[in-house]
Design a protein around this ligand. Sequence first.
Ligand SMILES: Cc1cc2nc3c(=O)[nH]c(=O)nc-3n(C[C@H](O)[C@H](O)[C@H](O)COP(=O)(O)O)c2cc1C
Length: 307
Amino acid sequence: MSDAPSTLHAAATVLDEASAAAVAALSPRSRDTLNTVLTHASLRRFEPEPLPGDVVAALEAALVRGPTSSALHSYTHVLVGDVQSKRELARLAGDQPWIAAAPLLIVGCADLRRAREVTHGQGYRYTAHDLRMLISATADLTIGLQNASLVAQSLGYGTVLIGGVLDGSLVIAQRLGLPRRVVPLIGLSIGRPAVGRLPPPRPRLPLRLLVHHERWSLDAATEEALLTEHDRATRARGDFEGRRIRWLEVGGGERDPVPVGEYGWREHTARKQGRDSWGPQGAKVDHDLAAQELRVSSTGEVDEPPG
Ligand SMILES: Cc1cc2nc3c(=O)[nH]c(=O)nc-3n(C[C@H](O)[C@H](O)[C@H](O)COP(=O)(O)O)c2cc1C
């Protein structure tokens, strides 16, 4: 993408100056990949034009070409381009209008059906009922979605992951005609950017908070100082002002006591995790997963083969 931000500029949003320069100086061939990875920014304003067939084929290849835990392929992806279906899925996945606006939604599903059928088909009991299956299925499908996202971005498209799919998992599964144990978890919306290019890369927490070498290397005072500086910068830029979680949603009243300019990463994070709706929403997710027979704790249960 000729109008993508430079690798150097993007690298400098997460690395110090010398490291960013070193990364940008890597071979031009690597730099294409680096540029795609480092210039990532979620897109939420799309052109409506459908994706051409060759692009869809490239996305399909990317969805399945990544590693898969134990070669199980414990995922299934459903590509949804139909306008009416996307509108309905946008509503079910937390009322997110960009899902309807993007020409393509990929619904990433944990597939715990296929391996169970094969196990029974071979005459064995199925015993893999624990959190490991959910974790490996989620890893598998997320790798596929991220690879598809990078391919899309390398071709000039933009994407946004849709964790909101989990909020409507059971009904979405019904709408898509999914068999039991094929469970929608995360989506990916894809399309051309409405303004012709991706937004600039968004800030990240300082690298020292997110990456350690060899072993944990962060003391409480350093962590506090780095978080405070990050919070100050997000407040100064107003990064979260347009996305405020209402005071009402965390048990407060109509009038938000936090003035403009004081709402930063810390307040946003705290409100996100402390919303009144978290409890019932969490219970609904548990219910939806259980209703689709996706078990998350080890029950010692064994499914005998039929017959
Ligand atoms: C697992 C996951 C789920 C996400 N779910 C949503 C979502 O439902 N809606 C949305 O608009 N963005 C979603 N996002 C995108 C994040 O909001 C975004 O990555 C984050 O704000 C950082 O912005 P950036 O991707 O532009 O750097 C999700 C991201 C991840 C990794």
